[in-house]
Design a protein around this ligand. Structure first.
Ligand code: AMP
Length: 399
C-alpha cells in the first residue's frame, strides 16, 4: 500500500518533522520549526531537494503544525497535492514505561498511558502529548502512532533493570532502569544484522549512541539486555551537559555542605556537568576538541574522561554478552569522532577489538573500521530514528 508517513518529534518549543513516501522510504521533505511561543519563531525545511525558511509568529504548537502542513502542501514548491495523502503520523514519544514494549496505534487508552508517565519524563512527555493532540486535530483521517524511546529496552531482565534499593520503590513508584534512545539502538542493531548478513535473532552487539545525549546498549539475539541510561536519561555515560554515573551520595553532600536545593542539584547534574562542566568550554565535542588541540588542559581531561567512560561500558557489556559480533558507533560523536573511537578502543585487543587507523579515518558514513583479523567487528552506522519511526508507523498503518 502506497502512502506518505509524517514523522514528528515534538519538543517543548520545537517540532522536527520528516515526510516519507512509503514503502519506498523516500524522504520528500524534512524540517524544523523552532522557538514556538517565543520571539523569532522560524520554520526551516527542505522540500523536493530545495531549502526554504519561513520566519513568522508561531504562538503555539497547533499553529506550528498548521504552518508545517501548509508548507508541505504548497503546490508552487512541488508540495503534496492533497493532505489526505498523509496516511499516518508517527510520533516520537520519550517515555512509555513498562506499558509499551512495542510501537502502538494511538487511541484514548494509549494517550492516557503516555499521560500516566509524565512523572517519569516531565520535560519530554508533555510536549509529545501536545504533538499527538495537534496532529490528531490537523490530520483527523491519518492514523496516529506512538514510537517509544523506552520500548526497545523492555526486554532487559529484572536483575539488570532493578536498582539495589528497597523493592517497594519499584512496586509503588516504578523506580527501575528504563533506558532511552531505543529507536536509535534498534535501528543500528537492524542495520548491523544486514551489514554482517546475520539473522538478527543470532546477533550480539554493543551499540554506542554518542551524541549530545549518550547511551550504550548490550543487545543479545537482537534484543536489548542492558543499557546505560536508567530511570531518567541522566545515568550512564558522561554527556554534553549531563554527568552520567556518579556517587549518588554527592546529592546529599551538596545539599548539606552547599545548602543547595534538590532542584538546583538536579539542574547542576543535568545542565552544567559532563563535557561542559569539566572543560568549562562547551558541551560540544568538536569545540572541546578544538580547545584541547590548542592546549586547554581541562578540555583535554574532559575528552579523556568521556572516552574512558565509554571504554568501561564496552568492557562491562562485553562481559555481559560473552560473545560479541560487533560494536557499533552511532550519533554525532560516534559517527564522526574518529579520535574518540580510537581512544575508546585503545589497548582493547585482548578483549577482541582491533581498530584499523586507516579505516577509522571516516566520518558520518557506514563503515567497518576494524582490522580484517579483528575477532569483533567495529562498525560506524549513522543512526536514522526518523526512518525507524516511519517503518513502524507504516507497518501498523498498512496492516
Ligand atoms: P548529536 O546529538 O547526535 O547531534 O551529536 C552531537 C555531538 O556530536 C556534539 O558533541 C558534536 O560536537 C559531535 N560531533 C559532530 N561532529 C563531530 C566531529 N566531526 N568530531 C567530533 N564530534 C563531532
Amino acid at each position: 500500500m502506497s502512502m506518505k508517513v509524517l514523522v514528528i518529534n515534538t519538543g517543548s518549543s520545537s517540532i522536527k518533522f520528516e515526510l516519507f513516501q512509503m514503502p519506498e522510504e523516500k524522504v520528500e521533505a524534512s524540517g524544523l520549526l523552532q522557538r514556538i511561543g517565543e520571539e523569532g519563531s522560524e520554520l526551516s525545511y527542505s522540500l523536493k531537494g530545495e531549502k526554504y525558511k519561513i520566519a513568522q509568529k508561531v504562538p503555539d504548537h497547533g499553529v506550528g503544525l498548521k504552518l508545517i502542513i501548509s508548507a508541505l502542501t504548497d503546490g508552487e514548491k512541488g508540495g503534496i497535492e492533497d493532505i489526505s495523502e498523509i496516511g499516518a503520523v508517527g510520533h516520537r514519544v520519550v517515555h512509555g514505561g513498562e506499558a509499551f514494549a512495542k510501537t502502538a496505534k494511538i487511541d484514548a487508552d494509549v494517550l492516557q498511558a503516555v499521560r500516566d508517565h509524565i512523572d517519569l519524563a516531565p520535560l519530554h512527555n508533555p510536549p509529545n502529548i501536545l504533538g499527538i493532540e495537534v496532529a490528531t486535530s490537523a490530520l483527523p483521517k491519518a492514523l496516529q502512532v506512538a514510537v517509544f524511546d523506552t520500548s526497545f529496552h523492555q526486554s532487559i531482565p529484572p536483575h539488570a533493570y532493578l536498582y539495589p534499593v528497597p523493592y517497594e520503590l519499584y512496586e509503588n513508584q516504578r523506580v527501575r532502569r528504563y533506558g532511552f534512545h531505543g529507536t536509535s539502538h534498534r535501528y543500528v542493531t537492524q542495520r548491523a544484522a544486514e551489514l554482517l548478513d546475520k539473522p538478527i535473532e543470532e546477533l550480539n552487539v554493543i551499540t554506542a549512541h554518542l551524541g549530545n545525549g549518550a547511551s550504550i546498549t548490550a543487545v543479545r539475539g537482537g534484543k536489548s539486555v542492558d543499557t546505560s541510561m536508567g530511570l531518567t536519561p541522566l545515568e550512564g555515560l558522561m554527556m554534553g551537559t549531563r554527568c552520567g554515573d556518579i556517587d549518588p551520595a554527592l546529592i546529599a553532600f551538596l545539599e548539606r555542605t552547599q545548602k543547595m536545593s534538590v532542584g538546583d542539584i538536579d539542574k547542576l547534574l543535568n545542565k552544567k556537568s559532563g563535557l561542559l562542566g569539566i572543560s568549562g568550554v562547551s558541551n560540544d565535542m568538536r569545540t572541546c576538541e578544538e580547545a584541547a588541540a590548542k592546549g586547554n588542559e581541562r578540555a583535554q581531561i574532559a575528552l579523556e574522561m568521556y572516552a574512558y567512560r565509554v571504554k568501561k561500558y564496552v568492557g562491562a557489556y562485553t562481559a555481559v554478552l560473552g560473545r560479541v559480533d560487533a560494536l557499533v558507533f552511532t550519533a554525532g560523536a560516534g559517527e564522526n569522532g574518529a579520535e574518540l573511537r580510537a581512544q575508546v578502543l585503545e589497548n582493547m585487543e585482548p578483549l577482541g577489538y582491533k581498530i584499523d587507523p586507516e579505516r577509522n579515518a571516516v566520518r558520518g558514513k557506514e563503515a567497518d573500521v576494524s582490522t580484517a583479523d579483528s575477532p569483533i567487528r567495529v562498525l560506524v552506522i549513522p543512526t536514522n530514528e526518523e526512518l525507524m519511526i516511519a517503518r513502524d508507523t507504516y507497518v501498523l498503518a498498512s496492516a
